[in-house]
Design a protein around this ligand. Structure first.
Ligand code: NAP
Length: 253
């Protein structure tokens, strides 16, 4: 076994929503650090599989719609059966719906809360039960947002869900630290992905956003690699309940 505290050799990581965007960037970083991967989502993650396999790691694809809790037990069971364990869970899958708060619908509320918060909680619970039973600890990394800290505009269910992710990260850390499970979150700033396509395409909003990012550019999925490997590795064994901004300085403004 490697003496490098950032090495993930011998570890198995589940990444949700890894076919594209931030999930793809984090999955590839975890594989490069040595982890085998279970990629979970509703769209086939062909490109991510190809990138991850180039690192020589094992990859298992688990097709699942995370809008419901139905696949939760299968995700944990299939990961363990195919890859021999479950050490790391990255709760990345998430959606956003935009509308004036005054007109916001129950459908847009429930769709976002189900994927971003409800499934994140119950998948974490199922993973933690497995980690506790295996007795070798584990790492859970939730993907939060700048809207865990700020209110945003026209995205009420997204703001509620991501503020909830930051709170859940703390309570899960409080309860599961005693089992050697670290629960932390990453709050990405503004990253160029499908999730922000509408903002990037809006010339006025794009200029406003870039104008307040000290780094002067949108984030790229690979910019999350260092943070996710750190929080997945022994290097962060005494880090609990934090939400780590990776935002080019947005929150510092
Ligand atoms: P993205 O490109 O839209 O990717 C979202 C991922 O989640 C996709 O793989 C998507 O699958 C998956 N997903 C959504 N609903 C699902 C469902 N019901 N079942 C299974 N998978 C589902 O967006 P992204 O920017 O990479 O977002 C990843 C995470 O980062 C999200 O939690 C997002 O809120 C968060 N985030 C993003 C930014 C940003 O600036 N981009 C900033 C802060 C936080 P499909 O391709 O099938 O839809």
């Amino acid at each position: 076994m490697s003496q490098n505290p950032f090495s993930l050799e011998g570890k198995v990581a589940v990444v949700t929503g890894a076919n594209t965007g931030l999930g793809q960037g984090m999955a590839v970083a975890l594989a490069e650090a040595g982890a085998d991967l279970a990629l979970v989502g509703r769209s086939s993650p062909d490109e991510t599989v190809e990138l991850a396999r180039k690192t020589g790691r094992k990859v298992r694809v688990i097709m699942a719609d995370l809008g419901s809790l139905d696949p939760v037990d299968t995700i944990v069971g299939e990961t363990k059966e195919a890859l021999g364990g479950l050490d790391i869970l990255v709760n990345n899958a998430g959606i956003i719906r935009r509308n004036d708060t005054i007109d916001f619908t129950v459908e847009d509320w429930d769709a976002v809360m189900n994927v971003n918060l409800r499934t994140l909680f119950f998948l974490s619970q199922a993973a933690a039960r497995s980690m506790i039973a295996a007795g070798r600890g584990g790492k859970i990394i939730n993907i939060a947002s700048m809207l865990s800290y700020q209110g945003g505009i026209r995205v009420p269910s997204y703001t509620a869900s991501k503020s909830g992710v930051m709170g859940l990260t703390r309570i899960l850390a409080n309860e599961w630290a005693a089992h050697g499970i670290n629960v932390n979150a990453i709050a990405p700033g503004y990253f160029a992905t499908n999730n922000t396509a509408a903002l990037q395409a809006d010339e006025k909003r794009n200029t406003e956003i870039l104008g307040r990012i000290p780094a002067g550019r949108w984030g790229e999925p690979a910019d999350l690699g260092g943070a996710v490997v750190f929080l997945s590795s022994a290097a962060s064994d005494y880090v609990q309940g934090i939400t780590l901004p990776v935002d080019g300085g947005w929150l510092a403004r």
